[in-house]
Design a protein around this ligand. Structure first.
Ligand code: ADP
Ligand code: MG
Length: 320
C-alpha cells in the first residue's frame, strides 16, 4: 500500500544528516527552529533540479539525492560558508518506497559528511522536481563574493574542468569514453562540493564563484560584478586523464570552457596572497591551479599559448 505523506516524511526525511545542537526543532512542526551562532552571518541559497532539464528520467535516485544537496553545498562553498542546515521541497509523480529510500540515502550520506541537518521541507504531487535550500555560517565580512575581484588578481580553479561536460557527451552517445566511463559519470552524477577549499579561501581570495554553467560564463559573472575582465591561459587549465585523452583525440575546448556542472570553484586572489595559498595547499583536499589574470579590459579572453585568442561567443547554459 502506498505510504501517506506523513508516513513518508517520517520514514525517509525525519532523520536525515548529522545531529546538530543548534537545531532546536527539526522536521515535524510548522517551522524548524534554529540557532545562528553569535557573531556569524547566515548564507542562504536554493537550487532546483527538474527531471528532463537537469537530469534524465530514470537516473539513479541515490545519485540524485547526492546531487540535489551537492549543488547547494557548492553554492555555500563558493561563499566560503560552513554548511549547517537544509530544507527540501520534493515534487513527486508517485510515492515509490524504493526510490525514496535510495534518494534519502544519497542525500543523507553527503549531509552527514558535511555535518548538515535536514530540518524541514515540503512534499507535493506532480512532475519530478527537487528544490533544496541550504544555509551556512560565515564570519562577518569574510564571505567570498562575486564583486570583489581586482585588476592584477590571479585566477585559480579547484580540481579539474570539463569532466561533467564530457560525461554528458558520452551519455548522449556523442563520445566513446573508453575506460573512463565510471570516472566521468561520477563527476556528472555525484559532484564534490568544495567546502574545505571555500572555507580556507575566506580571508585570502578577493572573489569566488562555483562553476555550474561553465568556466567562461561563471568567471564572466565575477568580471561583470567586479567591473573587470579576465585572461585565461587555456593550456594551464587542469584536466583529468579522461579529458586529456579527449583533447589528444582532437576534442575541442568546449567541454572545458563552456560546459556546466563541474561544481569546482573559480576564485581570484592578489599575488601577495599566493605564498599563503601555497602554505595551505595540503589542506584543500583538491588541486588548486592558477589559470589566468584579472585585467582591466572587460570580457573573458581565452588565450592559446601563442597569445592568440580562441574565438567563440561565451554562453553557458541558459534556461530562458
Ligand atoms: P505544513 O502543512 O505545516 O507546511 P507539512 O505537512 O508540509 O507541514 O510538513 C510536515 C512537516 O514535515 C514539516 O515540519 C515539514 O517541514 C516536514 N517536511 C515535509 N516534507 C519534507 C521533506 N521532503 N523533507 C523534510 N521535511 C519535510
Ligand atoms: Mg506544507
Amino acid at each position: 500500500m502506498a505510504l501517506t505523506e506523513f508516513e513518508l516524511i517520517r520514514a525517509y526525511f525525519a532523520h536525515v544528516g548529522a545531529d546538530r545542537g543548534d537545531v532546536l526543532l527539526g522536521v515535524g512542526d510548522d517551522c524548524a527552529l534554529l540557532r545562528v551562532p553569535e557573531g556569524r552571518e547566515l548564507a542562504v541559497t536554493i537550487d532546483t533540479l527538474v527531471e528532463g532539464v537537469h537530469f534524465l528520467p530514470g537516473v539513479n535516485p541515490e545519485s540524485l539525492g547526492h546531487k540535489a544537496l551537492a549543488v547547494n553545498l557548492s553554492d555555500l562553498a563558493a561563499m566560503g560558508a560552513e554548511p549547517a542546515w537544509v530544507t527540501l521541497a520534493l515534487t513527486l509523480p508517485e510515492t515509490d518506497s524504493e526510490w525514496l529510500r535510495a534518494f534519502s540515502r544519497g542525500f543523507s550520506s553527503l549531509a552527514e559528511r558535511h555535518n548538515v541537518r535536514l530540518v524541514g521541507g515540503d512534499i507535493t504531487c506532480g512532475p519530478l522536481a527537487i528544490s533544496v535550500q541550504a544555509q551556512g555560517f560565515v564570519g562577518p565580512g569574510r564571505s567570498l563574493r562575486r564583486d570583489g575581484a581586482h585588476v592584477g588578481d590571479r585566477i585559480y580553479v579547484t580540481g579539474t574542468l570539463g569532466d561533467a561536460g564530457l560525461a554528458l557527451l558520452a551519455q548522449q552517445g556523442r563520445y566513446d569514453p573508453k575506460g573512463y566511463e565510471e570516472a566521468l559519470a561520477a563527476r556528472l552524477h555525484t559532484p564534490t562540493p568544495r567546502i574545505e577549499a571555500g572555507r580556507l579561501l575566506t580571508g585570502i581570495a578577493h572573489s569566488a564563484v562555483d562553476i555550474s554553467d561553465g568556466l567562461v560564463a561563471d568567471l564572466g559573472h565575477i568580471c561583470e560584478m567586479s567591473g573587470v575582465g579576465a585572461k585565461i591561459y587555456i593550456e594551464e587549465i587542469p584536466l583529468s586523464p579522461a579529458v586529456q585523452a579527449y583533447r589528444e583525440e582532437g576534442g575541442g575546448w568546449d567541454v572545458v570552457l563552456y560546459a556546466g556542472d563541474d561544481y569546482e570553484l573559480c576564485f581570484t586572489l592578489p599575488p601577495r596572497k599566493e605564498a599563503l595559498l601555497e602554505r595551505l595547499r595540503e589542506q584543500f583536499k583538491c588541486p588548486v591551479t592558477a589559470i589566468g589574470d584579472i585585467v582591466a579590459d572587460s570580457g573573458v579572453h581565452c588565450l592559446e599559448p601563442d597569445g592568440n585568442e580562441l574565438s567563440r561567443i561565451p554562453s553557458g547554459y541558459r534556461h530562458f
